[in-house]
Write a protein that binds this ligand. Sequence first.
Ligand code: PGA
Length: 253
Amino acid sequence: MEKIKILAGNWKMNTNLQEGIELASAINRHMNGIDNTNVKVILAVPFTHLTEMVRLIDNKQILISAQNCASEVSGAFTGEVSVKMLKSVGVNHCIIGHSERRHIFGETNETLKAKVNLCLDNNITPIFCCGETLDVREADNHKALIKEQLEASLFHLSEENIMQSIIAYEPVWAIGTGKTASPRQAQEMHAWIRQLLKEKYSNINVNKIPVLYGGSVKPQNAQELFACPDINGGLVGGASLDKDSFMNIFNAF
Ligand code: PGA
């Protein structure tokens, strides 16, 4: 089986709508001009941009994602955006449990489990993030923590639903810091995630579940990371905000 390849850009809270349209249009134009069709591109843009992005992107390889969703179906939750709202504007992917959501906004494994369920109930692919902080790694607890995060929010899923999910391993100490996990460190964790998937879901081909690496992915380090056997691509923050650097990362596959 050929390795699944995905490049996801996480714009976080960056770009106003005009800037977002310019960036997405430039990526769309670039993608329309090349014939590499085996890498899927996902753009996780701010909520305010979603409707416009779904409308303007005409390249079939590019998919639009939200960066978060509510853990409730609907109701009196001022400021929240539900999965049904996302679905109604044509969004099919949603990042769940990014470390900034976990650490800045206090989202728990339990909340994330509810979000994952809502996404899958509504045919939205969750891009489920896991990753350890520096102190956890230094205490050599990183493998145990990833296991705990996956078991708490993802491993209740049916075989069918886990096959529709994407996992992103993002060591917190590498996000936005310029410090990337070395290809050896990243591959070790991706192999661990794959092993956990295999143990839990022994009847399915877990190579069909994409596991992305995130944390200071740049054009200079992408090739080495993407060449690792258990890395299916990247979830890119800072370097996804510039069309050329994002497309140079795309070219690293
Ligand atoms: P970064 O962010 O590429 O800027 O480190 C990655 C992420 O947070 O998804």
